[in-house]
Design a protein around this ligand. Structure first.
Ligand code: GLN
Length: 199
Protein backbone atom coordinates (compact mmCIF):
# COMPACT_ATOMS: atom_id res chain seq x y z
CA UNK A 1 0.00 0.00 0.00
CA UNK A 2 1.37 3.38 -0.99
CA UNK A 3 0.06 6.48 0.76
CA UNK A 4 1.01 9.99 -0.36
CA UNK A 5 1.03 13.07 1.83
CA UNK A 6 0.80 16.46 0.15
CA UNK A 7 4.06 18.05 1.22
CA UNK A 8 4.10 21.73 0.30
CA UNK A 9 3.45 23.11 3.74
CA UNK A 10 2.11 22.07 7.11
CA UNK A 11 2.37 18.87 9.09
CA UNK A 12 3.75 16.47 6.48
CA UNK A 13 6.29 14.77 8.78
CA UNK A 14 3.76 14.15 11.54
CA UNK A 15 1.23 12.66 9.12
CA UNK A 16 3.91 10.44 7.58
CA UNK A 17 4.93 9.16 11.03
CA UNK A 18 1.37 8.62 12.20
CA UNK A 19 0.53 6.77 8.97
CA UNK A 20 3.54 4.48 9.47
CA UNK A 21 2.49 3.81 13.06
CA UNK A 22 -1.01 2.92 11.88
CA UNK A 23 0.33 0.64 9.11
CA UNK A 24 2.55 -1.14 11.66
CA UNK A 25 -0.32 -1.54 14.07
CA UNK A 26 -2.47 -3.09 11.34
CA UNK A 27 0.49 -5.19 10.16
CA UNK A 28 0.17 -3.84 6.64
CA UNK A 29 3.18 -3.53 4.43
CA UNK A 30 3.13 0.03 3.21
CA UNK A 31 5.13 3.08 2.35
CA UNK A 32 4.49 6.78 2.71
CA UNK A 33 5.70 9.23 0.10
CA UNK A 34 5.75 13.02 -0.22
CA UNK A 35 3.47 14.33 -2.94
CA UNK A 36 4.64 17.50 -4.70
CA UNK A 37 4.29 16.82 -8.40
CA UNK A 38 1.78 15.14 -10.68
CA UNK A 39 4.13 12.13 -11.00
CA UNK A 40 3.80 11.56 -7.25
CA UNK A 41 0.08 10.88 -7.58
CA UNK A 42 0.55 7.20 -8.30
CA UNK A 43 -0.67 6.27 -4.81
CA UNK A 44 -3.47 4.25 -3.20
CA UNK A 45 -4.54 7.07 -0.94
CA UNK A 46 -3.61 10.67 -0.31
CA UNK A 47 -3.52 12.87 2.79
CA UNK A 48 -3.92 16.64 2.65
CA UNK A 49 -2.46 17.97 5.91
CA UNK A 50 -3.20 21.04 7.94
CA UNK A 51 -1.40 24.30 7.32
CA UNK A 52 -2.78 27.29 5.50
CA UNK A 53 -5.38 26.34 2.91
CA UNK A 54 -4.79 29.44 0.77
CA UNK A 55 -1.06 28.65 0.53
CA UNK A 56 -1.59 24.95 -0.10
CA UNK A 57 -4.16 25.72 -2.83
CA UNK A 58 -2.03 28.35 -4.57
CA UNK A 59 1.09 26.16 -4.57
CA UNK A 60 -0.85 23.09 -5.75
CA UNK A 61 -2.28 25.16 -8.59
CA UNK A 62 1.14 26.52 -9.57
CA UNK A 63 2.61 23.04 -9.56
CA UNK A 64 -0.20 21.88 -11.87
CA UNK A 65 -1.33 19.38 -9.25
CA UNK A 66 -4.72 20.74 -8.26
CA UNK A 67 -6.72 19.57 -11.28
CA UNK A 68 -5.10 16.10 -11.64
CA UNK A 69 -5.58 15.53 -7.90
CA UNK A 70 -9.22 16.57 -8.14
CA UNK A 71 -9.77 14.20 -11.07
CA UNK A 72 -8.19 11.27 -9.21
CA UNK A 73 -10.34 11.97 -6.15
CA UNK A 74 -13.47 12.15 -8.30
CA UNK A 75 -12.49 8.80 -9.80
CA UNK A 76 -12.42 7.32 -6.29
CA UNK A 77 -8.92 7.87 -4.85
CA UNK A 78 -9.32 7.78 -1.04
CA UNK A 79 -8.37 11.11 0.55
CA UNK A 80 -7.98 12.26 4.14
CA UNK A 81 -8.12 16.03 4.55
CA UNK A 82 -7.28 17.41 7.98
CA UNK A 83 -7.89 20.99 9.04
CA UNK A 84 -6.67 23.02 6.02
CA UNK A 85 -7.06 19.75 4.09
CA UNK A 86 -10.74 19.60 5.06
CA UNK A 87 -11.12 23.16 3.77
CA UNK A 88 -9.50 22.11 0.47
CA UNK A 89 -12.05 19.32 0.06
CA UNK A 90 -15.19 21.34 0.85
CA UNK A 91 -17.63 22.54 -1.80
CA UNK A 92 -18.64 25.54 0.31
CA UNK A 93 -16.03 27.62 2.18
CA UNK A 94 -16.20 30.95 3.96
CA UNK A 95 -14.08 32.68 6.57
CA UNK A 96 -15.39 33.54 10.03
CA UNK A 97 -14.20 37.15 9.67
CA UNK A 98 -14.13 38.05 5.99
CA UNK A 99 -16.89 35.77 4.70
CA UNK A 100 -16.64 34.38 1.16
CA UNK A 101 -13.35 34.95 -0.59
CA UNK A 102 -12.21 32.89 -3.53
CA UNK A 103 -9.25 30.55 -3.08
CA UNK A 104 -8.09 27.53 -5.09
CA UNK A 105 -9.88 24.46 -3.75
CA UNK A 106 -10.48 20.85 -4.68
CA UNK A 107 -14.13 21.47 -3.83
CA UNK A 108 -15.64 18.00 -4.09
CA UNK A 109 -17.16 17.29 -0.68
CA UNK A 110 -20.73 18.00 0.41
CA UNK A 111 -19.83 20.09 3.45
CA UNK A 112 -19.98 23.77 4.39
CA UNK A 113 -16.85 24.89 6.19
CA UNK A 114 -16.09 28.10 8.06
CA UNK A 115 -12.38 28.86 8.28
CA UNK A 116 -10.92 30.10 11.56
CA UNK A 117 -14.23 29.33 13.22
CA UNK A 118 -12.98 29.48 16.80
CA UNK A 119 -11.37 32.91 16.37
CA UNK A 120 -8.50 34.42 18.29
CA UNK A 121 -9.62 33.62 21.81
CA UNK A 122 -9.35 29.93 21.17
CA UNK A 123 -6.81 29.74 18.36
CA UNK A 124 -5.61 26.38 19.60
CA UNK A 125 -7.10 24.03 22.12
CA UNK A 126 -7.41 20.42 23.09
CA UNK A 127 -10.73 18.70 23.44
CA UNK A 128 -12.13 15.25 23.95
CA UNK A 129 -14.00 14.09 20.89
CA UNK A 130 -16.04 10.96 20.39
CA UNK A 131 -14.42 8.71 17.79
CA UNK A 132 -16.42 5.59 18.60
CA UNK A 133 -18.07 5.66 15.17
CA UNK A 134 -14.73 4.64 13.61
CA UNK A 135 -13.69 2.16 16.28
CA UNK A 136 -11.91 4.57 18.63
CA UNK A 137 -12.90 5.92 22.00
CA UNK A 138 -13.29 9.35 23.50
CA UNK A 139 -9.97 10.78 22.37
CA UNK A 140 -8.07 13.92 23.22
CA UNK A 141 -7.29 15.80 20.02
CA UNK A 142 -5.89 19.20 19.12
CA UNK A 143 -7.53 21.98 17.13
CA UNK A 144 -5.21 24.63 15.66
CA UNK A 145 -6.83 27.73 14.15
CA UNK A 146 -9.36 25.18 13.17
CA UNK A 147 -12.24 25.43 10.76
CA UNK A 148 -15.67 24.05 11.57
CA UNK A 149 -17.90 21.93 9.40
CA UNK A 150 -21.20 23.70 9.95
CA UNK A 151 -23.28 21.82 7.40
CA UNK A 152 -23.27 18.30 6.02
CA UNK A 153 -25.44 17.65 2.96
CA UNK A 154 -25.82 15.32 -0.03
CA UNK A 155 -23.97 12.05 0.53
CA UNK A 156 -21.73 13.28 3.35
CA UNK A 157 -22.20 11.74 6.80
CA UNK A 158 -21.13 13.17 10.12
CA UNK A 159 -18.95 10.77 12.12
CA UNK A 160 -18.25 13.04 15.10
CA UNK A 161 -19.52 16.29 16.53
CA UNK A 162 -18.05 18.66 19.09
CA UNK A 163 -20.44 21.19 20.63
CA UNK A 164 -22.69 22.33 17.78
CA UNK A 165 -20.47 21.55 14.78
CA UNK A 166 -19.11 18.49 12.96
CA UNK A 167 -15.46 17.61 13.45
CA UNK A 168 -15.25 14.46 11.33
CA UNK A 169 -17.23 13.72 8.17
CA UNK A 170 -17.08 11.03 5.51
CA UNK A 171 -18.47 10.98 2.00
CA UNK A 172 -17.58 7.72 0.26
CA UNK A 173 -13.83 7.93 -0.46
CA UNK A 174 -13.48 11.32 1.26
CA UNK A 175 -12.67 11.73 4.95
CA UNK A 176 -12.35 15.15 6.60
CA UNK A 177 -11.39 16.15 10.14
CA UNK A 178 -11.18 19.68 11.50
CA UNK A 179 -8.71 18.58 14.18
CA UNK A 180 -5.16 17.27 13.77
CA UNK A 181 -5.19 13.45 14.06
CA UNK A 182 -1.44 13.34 13.33
CA UNK A 183 -0.75 15.18 16.61
CA UNK A 184 -2.75 12.80 18.72
CA UNK A 185 -1.85 9.84 20.91
CA UNK A 186 -4.26 7.61 19.03
CA UNK A 187 -3.68 6.38 15.48
CA UNK A 188 -7.36 5.52 15.00
CA UNK A 189 -8.13 8.11 12.28
CA UNK A 190 -5.19 6.92 10.17
CA UNK A 191 -6.17 3.30 10.81
CA UNK A 192 -9.69 4.08 9.64
CA UNK A 193 -8.35 5.84 6.54
CA UNK A 194 -6.21 2.77 5.75
CA UNK A 195 -9.35 0.61 6.05
CA UNK A 196 -11.04 2.90 3.49
CA UNK A 197 -8.12 2.34 1.12
CA UNK A 198 -8.30 -1.43 1.59
CA UNK A 199 -11.97 -1.51 0.53
N1 GLN B 1 -6.64 28.37 9.57
C1 GLN B 1 -6.12 27.53 8.52
C2 GLN B 1 -6.83 27.83 7.21
O1 GLN B 1 -7.79 28.51 7.19
C3 GLN B 1 -6.26 26.07 8.88
C4 GLN B 1 -5.48 25.79 10.14
C5 GLN B 1 -4.82 24.45 10.17
O2 GLN B 1 -4.78 23.72 9.18
N2 GLN B 1 -4.25 24.11 11.29
O3 GLN B 1 -6.43 27.35 6.20
Amino acid sequence: MKIGVLAYQGSFEEHALQTKRALDKLKIDGEVIAVKRVNDLDVDGVIIPGGESTTIGIVAQRMGLLEPLKEKIMEGLPVLGTCAGAIMLAKDVSDAKVGKKSQPLIGVMDISVIRNYYGRQRESFEANVDLRSIGGGIEKVVFIRAPAIVKVFGNAKSLSQFKDVHVMVQENNLLATTFHPELSGTTIVHEYFISMIKK
